[in-house]
Design a protein around this ligand. Sequence first.
Ligand code: FES
Ligand SMILES: [Fe+2]
Length: 441
Amino acid sequence: MRGGQLLAASLVPTPYLTRGMIMTNVDTKPSNYSTFPSWPENNHEIPTWIYSNEQLFDREMEVFFGGNTWNYVGLECEVPEPNSFKRSWIGTTQVVVTRDAGNQIHVVENRCTHRGTPVCWKQRGDASSLVCPYHQWTFGLDGKLLGLPFIRGAFGKGGMPKDFDKSSHGLRAAKVVVRGGGIWASFGESPPPLEDYFGPEILSLYDRFLNGRPLKLLGYSRQILPNNWKLYHENLRDLYHAAILHTFLVTYGLYRADVEHLNDTPENGRHEYGKSIFSKKTRDQVNEAVHEMTLRREGQILNEMSMVEPEIEFDDGLTSNFNVFPSVHIQQHGNIFSMRHIIPKDVRSMELAWTQFGYADDSSELEMARLKQANLVGPAGYISAEDGEVLALIQTNVERHPDVLQPLEMGGRDINLPSDNMLNEDLLRSFYRFYRREMGL
Ligand code: FES
Ligand SMILES: [Fe+2]
């Protein structure tokens, strides 16, 4: 067993501006945290302390969700009308996504600037303003403080000082960009243009199916995963497991080692994508790629084969899965369109909030196919349930043993990307190289 000695870490408090109303936005440069346990200077050993260190988690929230990043918060079709809203999250910060009477989209923190009460208590709905229940301070859908009871007191007594300035007590508002029906927000002071943040490869995968064609919300599912949020990001970049753990994918040829595919971690390891070609032919192939997959159920068929035989919607025949770090995994898998919103809760738990959607002009058959296939990967499906269970049990073990170095040596110790094979851990090595650089570790 190797690893560093656990040193006491002290937090530098996040700076606040006057009146406790607007949190200073932090740059992606980490603040002056004290020393963390050690981590060898290579890309192929991951220390287990990173999954349970509370100070590290605080810094991650600051660097990745409070910094100059763009975070997925919802779809335009979830706030379809003027005066509609939905709650969402940027990391551990709850926000309200609103569409005002003039059709402008806003994202504001769900924290009253008076005493901190949430101003929005419903998941979705319609309202022309946000009224805090505690003392009824009332905010516009853009976050501006519109008014408060007894501002001038009553019977000549009480009330706010004459120089009380409503304009400096609005809800903290994020910067917002809407693209192709997706809503993106940033609490950073100077985030780059969204297109630059995505980079050309992610942008082309995004625009390929989120291209302005109106979207339709099909439904939600949610799961609480009792594991550190990085384990989920690892899981998305872990190709090696996909064709082994998920026997369903292998059995039906949906994703396996002999599928034509390409993976990379563009923008210096920040994001990740995988694109592959689905082929019914692959399902029946028996070759080197499957003979080590002992759990493959050869010849097994489903009563409802449409679950695994998507209608080809795009001329390129591609299935694409891509990750816009830190907040979302976007999936166009067969006919499934979904946003997997990654919401860290604390160092040892996260929520995965799935939004299933289609195009507003889909045929009813295609809409049904999207919903049916969504069962493949959702919380109760054949894939996410398997990942969720594995990750929960990993968390238990890595917490018990925080001083172990784990190997990432499949495919070598270097980073050779893009990759057209699944038998490597290059995407993980690339992720942690990015992560360490951003975190200053
Ligand atoms: S806490 Fe919101 S009005 Fe007082
Ligand atoms: Fe998986």
